[in-house]
Design a protein around this ligand. Structure first.
Ligand code: SDX
Length: 393
């Protein structure tokens, strides 16, 4: 009667694709990479070990890990002409925009490894991405603060190399804090994959057109940029800082959330799949307390975050909607304590998620049965109607 197609609002989403990489049980709060529970990997498996597991399907032997790390070390440098690329951005460019552009540009500098159906090309692109994205990320930061870029130092470990390029300067030797490196390595493990989240589905969908790995991952970076997805860790810190600036009245902020004041959400809470405590959030919360205690950097924002969690978990508004802390709720506090500016938080999420994107793209390319098909829609527009000449409108 309205001239529009109507449909059952109870339309249930169907699975986007099949995959053998990551398993999530949202009600039970379970997350497993290739069958290994996240709480068994976090703090035990290194980020490169976890990356190997996600990409190749098995935990590596010591020799396999050494060979994988060795191949990555050979490719940490960027093409010299690519360094000019960073000069083209305004100084206050968001590093996520720089990252997605630079990752896409990799396909212009490395045209010898773009064929998704040539196993050697896929392997080369995999290693080049794992090796160069930390370099690109640190360069994006250095440009924003007007400091010189530092070449990678391949005598260092993967995370240590990234920390030195990010916080080191040519004038002095930079000593990487081993605790910072170890905690950041664990945070990367926690972010490494998460089945068909927005950015991973984007990587698979773009890759399903046989687009090369660099183009597909660049699209994933842009999807992660959104504040409801990877941008949430930046939004959480900005929310905590706003509460602090207004006197730290957590209860009145929660009331504004419950009143659904436009633009006021409890960032870092809620999840499309977890209707229970995100298993990663519990691990990150403990790490936040450890890092802040160890670095003797008591942060009032951590107290505000813990008050928010305590109030929300006791309030039926949140409990009835199954809103619990997700992976983004505490991570920003750790990144801040490590010295990262808020704008770099989502870049750190992308560094962690990189092996997951690569693994999922490779699975889709090698096993077409796991491809995300061309999505269909429920048409809810006008029914057929005849053209109306201009002078009769
Ligand atoms: C990540 O998918 C993944 O796996 C993502 C991720 C990964 O590893 O890749 O886990 C990473 O993106 C984590 C999520 C980070 N985003 C945020 O923290 C942003 C804040 N969260 C919300 O935007 C929201 O919770 C979502 C988008 C994450 C999930 O939304 P849902 O589960 O689809 O819930 P919904 O939008 O359908 O809302 C259900 C109800 C609504 O209230 P009513 O209309 O029923 O009254 O819950 C309310 C919403 O208003 N609600 C919130 C809320 N999230 C949902 N109310 C206040 N604060 C929130 N954060």
């Amino acid at each position: 009667e309205t001239g529009h197609v109507t449909y059952d609002p109870g339309f249930v989403n169907t699975a986007a694709c099949a995959s053998a990489i990551t398993y999530i049980d949202g009600d039970a709060g379970i997350l497993r990479y290739r069958g290994y529970p996240i709480d068994q990997l976090a703090g035990k498996a290194s980020f490169l070990e976890t990356s190997y597991l996600l990409i190749y399907g098995e935990l590596p032997t010591a020799e396999q890990l050494a060979e994988f790390s060795g191949r990555i070390r050979l490719h940490t440098l960027l093409h010299e002409e690519m360094k000019q690329f960073f000069d083209g951005f305004p100084r206050d460019a968001h590093p996520m925009a720089v990252l997605s552009s630079a990752v896409s540009a990799l396909s212009t500098f490395y045209q010898d490894s773009l064929d998704p159906f040539d196993p050697e090309h896929v392997e080369m692109s995999t290693v080049r991405l794992m090796a160069k994205v930390p370099t690109i990320a640190s360069y994006a930061y250095k440009k924003s603060i007007g400091q010189p870029l530092l070449y990678p130092n391949n005598a260092l470990g993967y995370v240590e190399n990234f920390l030195r390029m990010t916080f080191g300067v040519p004038a002095t030797e930079y000593e990487v804090d081993p605790v910072v490196a170890q905690v950041l390595d664990m945070l990367f493990v926690l972010h490494a994959d998460h089945e068909q989240n927005c950015s991973t589905s984007t990587v698979r969908l773009v890759g399903s057109s046989n687009a090369n790995l660099f183009a597909s991952v660049s699209a994933g970076v842009n999807a992660l940029f959104g504040p409801l997805h990877g941008g949430a860790n930046q939004a959480v810190l900005e929310m905590l800082q706003a509460i602090q600036a207004e006197g730290g009245d957590v209860k009145s902020f929660v009331r504004r959330v419950k009143d659904k004041e436009p633009g006021v959400k409890l960032m870092g809470f809620g999840h499309r799949v977890y209707k229970n405590y995100d298993p990663r959030a519990a691990i990150v919360k403990q790490a936040a307390q450890d890092v802040l205690n160890r670095m003797a950097k008591p942060d009032p924002l951590l107290d505000i975050a813990m008050q928010l969690e305590e109030i929300a978990l006791a309030d039926d508004y949140f409990v009835s909607r199954k809103l619990y802390p997700n992976v983004d709720f505490y991570t920003g506090l750790i990144y801040k304590a490590m010295g990262f500016p808020t704008k770099m938080f989502t870049v750190l999420f992308a560094l962690g998620r990189l092996p997951g994107w690569i693994a999922q793209w490779r699975e889709m390319i090698t096993d077409p049965t796991t491809k995300i098909g061309r999505p269909r829609q429920l048409y809810v527009g006008p029914t057929e109607r005849a053209y109306v000449p201009m002078d009769q409108r």
